[in-house]
Write a protein that binds this ligand. Sequence first.
Ligand code: NAI
Length: 245
Amino acid sequence: MTELEGKVAIVTGGSRGIGQAIAVALAEAGARIAVVSRQAQGAEAAAAQLPGSGHAGFACDVADASAVAATLSRIESDIGDVGILVNNAGITRDNILVRMKDEEFDEVIAANLKGAFNFTRAVTRGMMKRREGAILNISSVVGLTGNAGQVNYAASKAGLLGLTKSVAKELASRGVRCNAIAPGFIRTDMTGELTEAQVETLRSQIPLGTLGEPQDIAGAARFLVGPGARYITGQVLAVDGGMVM
Ligand code: NAI
């Protein structure tokens, strides 16, 4: 028996990139996965490709609180009670501060921070009742260090760390754990637009000398939501080739 057998896990932004790799890793560990992403087609296709059975895809904008509540009801009736939530959905709208538009700031906070709040609040009631749950937020090293050209994104990712620690404190006595991963530079669509020269500069700042792969985040995620991490809550694990120490 694998360690997540019988569990239901929501992975937001699970149709591609890091979220997809996390969905695969949790499915390999025996969980049934609710893949949540903006487009039904992408979510359903990703769910259909996962190992094992009982998975399903759901279209939902995580920034929309009422859509999140409705999606959770569907997940619970279609797949079962949710024991694991991975808040992975995220976007970038990079710009230098003086040129950053209100919409660029607001959209990033809404998807990256409010989205995680929406899903966390929605799953919490059931988890508290069952006195069991694991929540994982995908932040970023940029939330720890800041980054020129990303005040919106860095603020959303730093906000996620405050959310993580507060949820961990509030729900620990109810048997619910909450942790965060701060990925460094991982090869996905989000970093796909970097030029070769930019990648070279980045590599020189990474002690392990290479960009990460989505599977590197997925391995850490599988550990943090599983029984091996039963005594770990409120923590931020940097998975970044040693960038931030
Ligand atoms: P990606 O752009 O390849 O995938 C993002 C996923 O989130 C997509 O499935 C997209 O549909 C979904 N999504 C975005 N906004 C959404 C919304 N409002 N509602 C529902 N779904 C939404 O990105 P990637 O690289 O896989 O990133 C995943 C997470 O990891 C993000 O939170 C990102 O900020 C974070 N991260 C990524 C790093 C990297 O180097 N790729 C580094 C640090 C953090």
